[in-house]
Design a protein around this ligand. Structure first.
Ligand SMILES: [Zn+2]
Length: 311
């Protein structure tokens, strides 16, 4: 039984995940990064013990998936937007000591990619890219069954390739990144600034509502959906052009509303120098707990039935 820890911008979820990827028990807490690292570590430790008690399980290893820049092999946290006070802290070492088990850490995009590759929609695919589209765009790349790592074992950011250099500014420093154009908030911002949602309760207008308005015949919402589909499709076309993977698995809240055949329509407009039709598009299959399940898979990938070769 693996103790799984998913550290996100708003919450920390902890669970017990069995060897088939099923979540047996789950406990959550707000991230509350301003309370510092010692507080966060104490909460994670307490939640792991509580989840293990609920599941009637003994923790034999711990896997962590975390937002932001983390050093997978030293276990240290780098510059994470939501957790500035955690910089340089090492939950891998600290949880390893507290539970006397081995602990593995990855960026949450890589963790979810490993989860979908091991237990989800991407099972058995040698070349797999996972993309999540929600309030941000993130993901992970698996090539020949191995998680792709960059120099210094870094995590590539699929959300930060530039789609339109004249687009809105991005947090990374460029303008018009995929993440600046095709996330749920980007879609909502475009809709509002183009006159959509007049006379409506504006606070509640997110991507999901705009997709619904488009289905109800709202002309501005339809344009917002067309624009969203086009930018999502362009980003996918870029990934297909660069990697021609067996499959791209798509997760995140925005993907609940997008039609895959519409994305394929965009991809078909270009990509003529690669066999793009052979790259399958599939929706993520691990559901709401995808990141938690992915965190458990991180442990299996690093220490379990052993797929990771020396980097
Ligand atoms: Zn960017």
């Amino acid at each position: 039984m693996i103790g799984a820890v998913d550290i996100g911008g708003t919450k920390i979820a902890v669970g017990i995940v069995d060897d088939s990827g099923a979540v047996l028990a789950k406990v959550e807490s707000p991230t509350a990064g301003e309370r510092g690292y010692a507080d966060g570590l104490a909460r994670i430790t307490g939640m792991l013990r509580e989840a293990a008690r609920k599941a009637g399980a003994e923790i034999s290893g711990i896997g962590i998936g975390s937002t932001g820049w983390v050093y997978s092999f030293t276990g240290e946290f780098g510059d994470v937007d939501f957790l500035p006070l955690w910089k340089g802290c090492n939950p891998v070492a600290d949880l390893g000591r507290a539970f006397a088990v081995r602990v593995a850490l990855e960026n949450d995009g890589d963790a979810a990619a490993l989860g979908e590759a091991g237990w989800g929609a991407g099972r058995g695919k040698r070349r797999l890219i996972y993309v999540t589209v929600g309030t941000g765009i993130g993901g992970g790349i698996i090539l020949d069954g191995q998680l792709y790592r960059g120099v210094d074992r870094s995590h590539p950011e699929v959300g930060h390739h530039v789609i339109d250099a004249s687009g809105p500014p991005c947090t990374c420093g460029f303008r018009g990144c995929w993440e600046a154009l095709a996330t749920g908030p980007a879609m909502a911002a475009w809709y509002k600034s183009n006159g959509g949602g007049h006379g409506m309760h504006r606070g509640a207008l997110g991507a999901k509502e705009i997709f619904q308005l488009a289905r109800d015949g709202d002309a501005c919402a339809r344009r917002a959906v067309e624009r969203e589909t086009y930018y999502l499709g362009l980003g996918l076309a870029n990934l297909i052009g660069l990697f021609v993977p067996d499959m791209i698995v798509l997760g995140g809240s925005v993907m609940k509303s997008v039609r895959l055949e519409d994305l394929r329509g965009v991809i078909a407009q270009g990509c003529r120098f690669v066999p793009w039709e052979k790259t399958e598009l599939a929706l993520a299959s691990l559901g709401e707990d995808a990141n938690l399940i992915g965190a458990a898979r991180v442990w299996h990938y690093r220490f379990g039935d052993g797929t990771e070769t020396a980097a």
